[in-house]
Design a protein around this ligand. Structure first.
Ligand code: HGY
Ligand code: MN
Ligand code: MN
Length: 420
C-alpha cells in the first residue's frame, strides 16, 4: 500500500518531453563526434544557462543566481521553509557526452513540468539547481562551485583558479555575464534535501540489468599534480647516458601509479588524465612534465596510502634518474555516506514504481558529494551504454532516462510532501 506521503504509483514524468529537452540542450556546445564540448564559463556554457533559465521561467519558476554562477530555479510550495533541491551540472568535459550532469538538471526541470501539468502542489518549495564547474576540467578542482557553496573552498580561491591559458575563473564568469547577486552559501539552511539524478558512468547497472542505482555512498577522490624537471636537449645528438628525460620519468611514475592502484584491487583506481609536456617538440627531450594523478577509493585509508606511496615512489624514481620532482595536492574529497532518509526515499520510489534497482557506490565525484555536508542528500543513477562516459559516444536510452526521472519525481514528492 502507498503510505500517506507516497504519491500515486501512476504519477509519471513525460519521457518524450525530457528526451526532447536533452537533445535541444545537446545542440549547444556540440563536440566533434556527437557529444558535447560545453566547458564551464565558455560562451557555450552561457548559452546553455540561458536556455535552462528560459525553460524554467516558462515553467513558472523564479531564478536565483549566486556570485559564482550557481543557478537556483524555484517552484513555490504551499508553505514557506526549507526546500527540496534537485539538479546537477550543465558543464561538460571537452569530449563529453550529452547526459553527464545534464540529465540531473533537465530531469529536475521535467519534475516541475510534470507537477505543473497535473496541478500537484507540495508543502515544501522545490528548487532545481545548475552547479558551476562540476567537471573541473577547465578550472581545477572538480565540483568547485558546489564546494564553495558547502564551505569547503573560499570564493576568492575559486575565483583565482586559472585555466590552461591563464584566464581566471572570476574574469570568465564576468565575461559571460553569469555572476549573480546571491551570497554563495546563503541557501545552505534552505536545503531540506538534495536529490541528484546522474548517469552511472560505469558498467555495473547495465551488466546487472537494473534500471536504477540507489546510491548509498560516493568513493573518495585525490588529485595530486606532479611536476618532473629534467633538461631540454636534442633527441638526436644527446647521448643516452647524458639525458635527463622528464618524459621517461613520468612514464615510470605512471607505471608505479598503476601498480599502487592494483595493489588495492578491486575497488581502488588510479591514472593520469591531464599531462602537459614541455616544450612538446618532436625533437626535444622534455625538460619538464606536469601531470595530475587521480586516485579514488571508497576507503579513506586506501586513498591516503596511495597518495603517500606516489610521493615516495615518485621521489625514488626522480632521484635515480637525476630529475627534480614536486607534488601539489590540487583536489580531493573523502568518501561520502549519503543520508539514510533520502536514500530510503529513492529506494522506496523505485520499488513503488516497479523499477529494478540495486544499491551502488558512485565511482565518479558529484556535486552531491559536497552538498551532503550541508543538507540531507542522496543520488539516483541510471545505466549508461557499456558504462562509457567522459567520451562523446556516451549513450543512454530514453527508457533509462525516464525511469531515473520517475524515481526523482517520486523521491522529491516524498521529501517535499504532496498537498492533497
Ligand atoms: O571527476 C569526476 O568524478 C566528475 O566527473 N567530475
Ligand atoms: Mn557529472
Ligand atoms: Mn563528468
Amino acid at each position: 500500500m502507498d503510505g500517506p506521503m507516497a504519491p500515486a504509483r501512476n504519477l509519471r514524468i513525460d519521457g518524450d518531453r525530457l528526451w526532447d529537452s536533452l537533445m535541444e540542450m545537446a545542440k549547444i556546445g556540440p563536440g566533434v563526434a556527437g557529444g558535447n564540448n560545453r566547458q564551464t564559463l565558455t560562451d557555450a556554457d552561457g548559452e546553455g544557462r540561458a536556455l535552462f533559465q528560459r525553460w524554467c521561467e516558462a515553467a513558472g519558476m523564479t531564478m536565483g543566481v549566486d556570485r559564482i554562477g550557481n543557478m537556483f530555479a524555484r517552484r513555490e510550495g504551499t508553505e514557506e521553509g526549507p526546500a527540496v533541491y534537485l539538479g546537477s551540472h550543465l558543464d561538460t568535459q571537452p569530449t563529453g557526452g550529452k547526459y553527464d550532469g545534464v540529465l540531473g538538471v533537465l530531469g529536475g526541470l521535467e519534475v516541475i513540468r510534470t507537477l505543473n501539468d497535473l496541478g500537484v502542489k507540495t508543502r515544501r518549495p522545490i528548487v532545481v539547481t545548475n552547479w558551476t564547474n562540476e567537471e573541473g576540467t577547465r578550472f581545477a578542482p572538480a565540483m568547485l562551485a558546489s564546494g564553495v557553496f558547502a564551505g569547503v573552498h573560499t570564493q576568492d580561491w575559486c575565483e583565482d583558479r586559472t585555466d590552461a591559458e591563464g584566464k581566471r575563473f572570476g574574469d570568465e564568469l564576468d565575461r559571460i555575464g553569469w555572476r549573480g547577486d546571491e551570497e554563495v552559501g546563503a541557501r545552505r539552511d534552505d536545503i531540506h534535501s538534495f536529490l541528484e539524478l546522474h548517469i552511472e558512468q560505469g558498467p555495473i547497472l547495465e551488466a546487472e540489468g537494473r534500471d536504477i542505482g540507489v546510491v548509498t555512498h560516493g568513493q573518495g577522490l585525490s588529485w595530486t599534480q606532479v611536476t618532473v624537471t629534467g633538461k631540454d636537449s636534442h633527441t638526436g645528438s644527446t647521448p643516452m647516458p647524458m639525458r635527463r628525460d622528464a618524459g621517461l620519468g613520468m612514464a615510470r611514475i605512471l607505471q608505479a601509479v598503476n601498480e599502487i592502484a592494483l595493489s588495492h584491487a578491486p575497488h581502488a583506481v588510479g591514472a593520469a588524465g591531464h599531462i602537459d609536456v614541455h616544450p612538446n617538440s618532436r625533437n626535444v627531450i622534455p625538460g619538464r612534465v606536469v601531470f595530475t594523478v587521480d586516485f579514488r577509493s571508497p576507503d579513506l585509508s586506501v586513498i591516503e596510502d596511495m597518495e603517500a606511496r606516489l610521493r615516495t615512489e615518485g621521489q625514488r624514481i626522480a632521484d635515480e634518474m637525476g630529475l627534480g620532482i614536486a607534488f601539489e595536492k590540487v583536489g580531493g574529497f573523502d568518501p561520502v555516506a549519503f543520508d539514510e532518509g533520502c536514500v530510503a526515499a529513492v529506494r522506496g520510489a523505485a520499488e513503488r514504481l516497479g523499477y529494478s534497482h540495486m544499491d551502488i557506490i558512485s565511482g565518479a565525484g558529484h556535486d552531491a558529494c559536497w552538498i551532503n555536508r550541508v543538507g540531507p542528500t542522496a543520488m539516483i543513477m541510471c545505466p549508461c551504454v557499456d558504462g562509457l562516459s567522459h567520451n562523446e559516444a556516451e549513450e543512454i536510452s530514453k527508457d533509462w532516462a525516464t525511469a531515473g526521472t520517475d524515481v526523482l519525481l517520486h523521491a522529491a514528492l516524498e521529501r517535499a510532501e504532496v498537498v492533497a
